[in-house]
Design a protein around this ligand. Structure first.
Ligand SMILES: Nc1ncnc2c1ncn2[C@@H]1O[C@H](COP(=O)(O)OP(=O)(O)OP(=O)(O)O)[C@@H](O)[C@H]1O
Ligand SMILES: [Mg+2]
Length: 353
């Protein structure tokens, strides 16, 4: 048996409780059961963003495209995380739903306590204005061309109302300063570099201090040096303002810089990479350790990566073997050999889960 990669002792499995008595449950029993079920915390109750089996089907000319196929995702308050995935995997579809611009076909999505499937037009407008901020890939889409950087940032504050002009200007100047954009204060978008324009877009998205900042490929049109500066602006917003940030990116550098990167495949979350800083006890040197996890969804489904399954010829079905602290996955045996996992120590086998 292979030891668990992180060598933490596995929890002792709870003993199954004895079967209930055959007599039908009394009314009191049923009431107690209902109360217990009611008291159980809902899925993702402590997460700022909770997507539960999210489905989005697009129908064009009678043809259905299932862009999201039961996607689960939890994001905690204060996280700065990245979403990656092949083209067409459903990233933008998810972002548009989280931004309140699109409504899922089925499932549940909650952001900062708002149910995204149950918002009327008025609540939706309030949600878009005050709860989420959004940065698009196309720099031109983020800013109004006839307004200066300062005016672009002050506009969402004006639309929300409640603050005097001088207060709005001061708040916008603070955001410009936070993102090192003071020199761009009175410039219009065509007088900004690509990186400056995207950082101004971040300031616009932060204008009404949203709980969540969403960005879909915000560095997609930039060279790598400029992309780094834009990413630094996201990090500043996360660290200085505590904003929870979700960035869709194809940029491996961005994906490597965040603690958590979730991969979407065929409209579902498939794997995630968690990075943590470890300090070498002997040298005191810090290093970042990354580990890849497969997502186990609420129905117990697991996607095995193709680079694990293909070399072993695994397809259609696999054999599971339960061990006290892990589960081994074996290729299905050919029909003429018994489908028994080998008795000897399977340490060498790379399919161990
Ligand atoms: N409005 C729409 N109408 C019909 N199909 C759509 C619509 N929006 C997205 N799709 C389809 O849904 C699937 C997911 O699209 P989506 O834009 O979410 O992918 P993506 O992961 O953002 O891709 P990319 O990396 O190329 O931006 C694709 O097959 C796409 O063609
Ligand atoms: Mg997209």
């Amino acid at each position: 048996m292979t030891p668990r990669p992180d060598a933490t002792p596995p929890p002792t499995p709870a003993r199954p409780s004895p079967p209930p008595p055959a007599a039908p449950p009394s009314l009191t029993d049923l009431e107690r059961r209902a109360a217990t079920r009611h008291a159980r915390p809902v899925y993702g109750h402590d997460a700022l963003i909770a997507c539960d089996r999210l489905v989005r089907v697009f129908t064009t000319d009678g043809v259905e495209v299932q862009a999201l196929q039961g996607l689960d995702l939890l994001v905690s308050e204060g996280e700065l995380m990245a979403l990656v995935g092949a083209s067409g995997s459903g990233k933008s579809t998810l972002m548009n739903i989280l931004a309140g611009l699109d409504v899922p076909t089925a499932g549940a999505a909650r952001v900062a306590g708002r149910d995204l499937l149950a918002m009327d037009a008025r609540t939706r407008l309030d949600y878009r204005r005050n709860i989420v901020g959004f940065v698009w890939q196309q720099t031109a889409r983020n800013l109004l061309p006839y307004l200066t950087a300062l005016q672009n940032i002050a506009l969402p504050m004006q639309l929300r109302g409640g603050r005097r002009r001088s207060e709005r200007t001061r708040a916008a100047e603070e955001l410009l300063s936070l993102l090192s954009l003071t020199h761009c204060r009175d410039r219009r978008p065509h007088q900004l570099s690509g990186g400056e324009a995207q950082r101004t877009a971040i300031a616009v998205a932060l204008a009404n201090t949203p709980a969540v900042l969403l960005a879909d490929e915000p560095t997609g049109e930039l060279d790598s040096h400029t992309a780094e500066q834009v990413f630094a602006a996201f990090r500043t917003a996360n660290e200085e303002l505590g904003t929870t940030i979700v960035i869709v990116t194809h940029d491996q550098k961005v994906a490597d810089e965040v603690r958590r990167t979730v991969a979407i495949r065929d409209g579902r979350t498939s794997t995630e990479v968690l990075r943590r800083t470890e300090i070498d006890a002997a040298t005191g040197r810090e290093s970042v350790v990354a580990r890849e996890y497969a997502t186990l969804d609420r129905a117990g489904r697991l996607q095995l990566p193709a680079d694990y399954t293909a070399p072993l010829g695994m397809r259609d079905r696999v054999l599971l073997q339960r061990e006290p602290d892990h589960i081994a996955v074996w290729p299905d045996a050919p029909a003429d050999t018994p489908a028994e996992p080998p008795d000897e120590d399977p340490t060498e086998d790379p399919t161990e889960a």
